[in-house]
Design a binder for this molecule. Structure first.
Ligand code: AGP
Length: 596
């Protein structure tokens, strides 16, 4: 939700800021803008994508500045509301990711005091407050301003009288500082700076930094501290399309490699340092609370099923945003939070309240140094590499892989199930590769679905969450209304929607639910709705019953969600491609949802 960048060094800031912004566009793309210090402050901003701003903008001379790519919250996406925002005198420019809760009261007071505003955003109050607080030192003025606002922020600020510095601060929204030789960067996320440096300071809550060409000074809660410098593992290549048409298809195609590389991690997870996960083996049987949002929640539903079925533990799962408004709840022994970005506001709010209660928290995340990992007692990384497309794909299967790793870590898992899982994982990368290589049937189903306005996905058991995920993926990138539902629930309501105009995607599992699902298909067919079946290769009897079939390789049913997920990712991709949708950046969405 909004990307913030900043640069100070010896290169031209304009090109540098725009390149960094382009790498953060997945965080929001309603508008974008930059401000460069060139003796004064020069601002370029518009309701365009970063590439268009780069192509059309006049050259700005200057070697320091800030930039922003916006996901609109307060104030519609228009030129005036695009960041950077100024004060009255245009001496100060501010970019901001977050929400200022008390902006209306502050704005009323400032207006009464003679300030004039040029946008509807909450952010603009920050620049006016800094103007009011400025007495010759930008850092002090920012500090005083932050004491007056209530909300979340990652901000970068420049002042025309202090050409040699950026002042940045974080509270509730992520911010990192990249370190170079005679040049430094600031950004909301690591991909923005990977082209330039791998040395990073992950800013913590309530930290403020002054960044110059020579270095960084950092304060936490007003006290100066020495920054901890980390080396990031991600590479610039990982965050590029590398010849693929979209990030989404690149990320789908990366899955066999990610699962192959992780097989050693799975083997290790049963090893010498089980950490928090030993709770899964302890007695009396522990209870687990799972929290997540969106696609990560679907991974959580599969985790619940597997932990209950294979370890016999009681698992309670909640969508994080719903959990945050519950008044009465049971206290479980272990909280597991699943979040690709590690910055999802709803998940972080839940984590903070669980921490206060003293619950042990384990996070499954993809982003090193993310806020969730800093709130957790222990972090298991999915190691999928940067995921740029707004639609989560490789991070989902990588989350599942970690969940299987957790199961394998528990001594509660019986020998037979352990063998079934480890055996299945050996072949999983090549099974997934097969689906990707033989994508023609899926592509043709995508072309077919592209002509419809409504699609229903059904699955049962372990593959019910996959039906939810298939529907989410399709609606998110192709804008077709899609609904996921449990196979057995169809007759309790959704059946009323069926007609020749409403195709149903049926995910078949080779388990006790198989026959019941065949009956469901018959019930759908007699209502005239077209059926696309996703089924293990061996089930050729299905071919005569349905309109189209996507055969997936025959695998141990416990890992079938991994294969079905990939097939449905491809289905959504090819449907959206056929409809000419902006696949990596669907309208109204952003990659990490840092607002509640
Ligand atoms: C998935 O395709 C979505 N873009 C979205 O549902 C996402 O999974 C959700 O916002 C949760 O994000 P997180 O995993 O980073 O917490």
């Amino acid at each position: 939700m909004c990307g913030v960048v900043g640069y100070i060094g010896h290169r031209q800031a304009q090109a540098n800021l725009l390149e960094s912004l382009a790498r953060l566009e997945y965080r929001g793309y309603d508008s974008c803008g930059i401000a460069v210090l060139d003796g004064s402050i020069r601002v370029l901003k518009d309701v365009v994508r970063v590439a268009d701003l780069a192509a059309t903008s006049e050259p700005l001379e200057g070697t320091s500045g800030i930039g922003h790519t916006r996901w609109a919250t307060c104030g519609e996406p228009n030129q005036a509301n695009a960041h950077p925002h100024y004060d009255c005198t245009r001496n100060i420019a501010v970019v901001h990711n977050g929400t200022i809760n008390n902006h209306q009261q502050i704005k009323a007071r400032l207006l009464a005091g003679g300030h004039t505003f040029s946008s509807d955003t909450d952010t603009e109050v920050i620049s006016h407050l800094i103007e009011e607080n400025y007495q010759g030192d930008l850092a002090s003025a920012v500090r005083a301003t932050l004491n007056q606002i209530d909300g979340s922020y990652a901000i970068a600020v420049i002042h025309h009288k202090e050409q040699d510095k950026l002042v940045v601060a974080r509270c509730g929204s992520p911010l990192i500082i990249g370190l170079g030789e005679g040049e430094n960067w600031v950004a909301s996320d690591v991909p923005a700076i990977l082209d330039y440096t791998k040395k990073v300071i992950f800013m913590e809550e309530n930290e403020l930094a002054v960044i110059t060409r020579q270095g960084v000074r950092l304060w936490r809660d007003g006290r100066e501290i020495s920054p901890e410098i980390k080396e990031v593992e991600w590479t610039a290549i990982q965050a590029q399309k590398g010849g693929h048409e979209h990030f989404m298809i690149k990320e789908i195609r990366e899955q066999p490699r990610i699962i192959r590389e992780s097989n050693s991690v799975l083997a290790h997870s049963g090893g010498s340092d089980p950490g928090l996960i030993e709770i899964l083996s302890s007695n009396p049987p522990p209870t687990i609370l799972l929290l997540a949002c969106g696609t990560s929640y679907h991974a959580g539903l599969i985790a619940k099923y597997l932990i209950q079925e294979l370890l016999g533990l009681s698992v309670h799962i909640e969508i994080a945003s719903e959990f945050n408004y519950q008044r009465h709840r049971i206290s479980e022994d272990l909280g597991i939070i699943i979040t690709q970005s590690g910055e999802t506001a709803d998940a972080l709010i839940a984590m903070r309240s669980l921490r206060k209660e003293g619950m042990k928290l384990l996070v499954i995340t993809n982003v090193p140094g993310c806020s969730a990992s800093r709130l957790a007692d222990e972090t298991w990384y999915t190691r999928a590499g940067p995921e740029i497309s707004v639609a989560a794909t490789k991070s989902f299967t990588a989350q599942l892989k970690v969940i299987y790793g957790l199961l394998l870590s528990s001594s509660r898992l019986d020998r037979r199930d352990r063998d079934r899982l480890t055996g299945a994982f050996r072949h999983l990368p090549s099974n997934i590769q097969q689906i990707i290589d033989n994508h023609q049937d899926i592509q043709s189903c995508g072309k077919y679905l592209a002509g419809y306005n409504n699609v229903i996905f059904i699955g049962r058991g372990l593959n019910y969450p996959i039906a939810l995920e298939g529907a989410l993926k399709l609606k998110e990138i192709s804008y077709i209304h899609a609904e996921g539902c449990a196979g057995g629930e169809l007759k309790h309501g959704p059946l009323a929607l069926l007609s020749a105009e409403t195709p149903v995607v049926v995910i078949l599992s080779r388990d006790a639910t198989y026959e019941a699902m065949l009956n469901t298909i018959r019930e759908i067919k007699v209502r005239g709705a077209p059926v696309i079946a996703i089924t293990p290769a061996r089930e050729s009897d299905i071919d005569n019953l349905v309109d189209r079939v996507i055969h997936i390789p025959e695998v141990e049913n416990l890992v079938s969600p991994m294969l079905n997920a990939v097939a449905l990712q491809l289905l959504a991709y090819y449907t959206a491609l056929e409809r000419g949708c902006p696949i990596d950046m669907p309208r109204n969405l952003a990659k990490s949802v840092t607002v509640e």
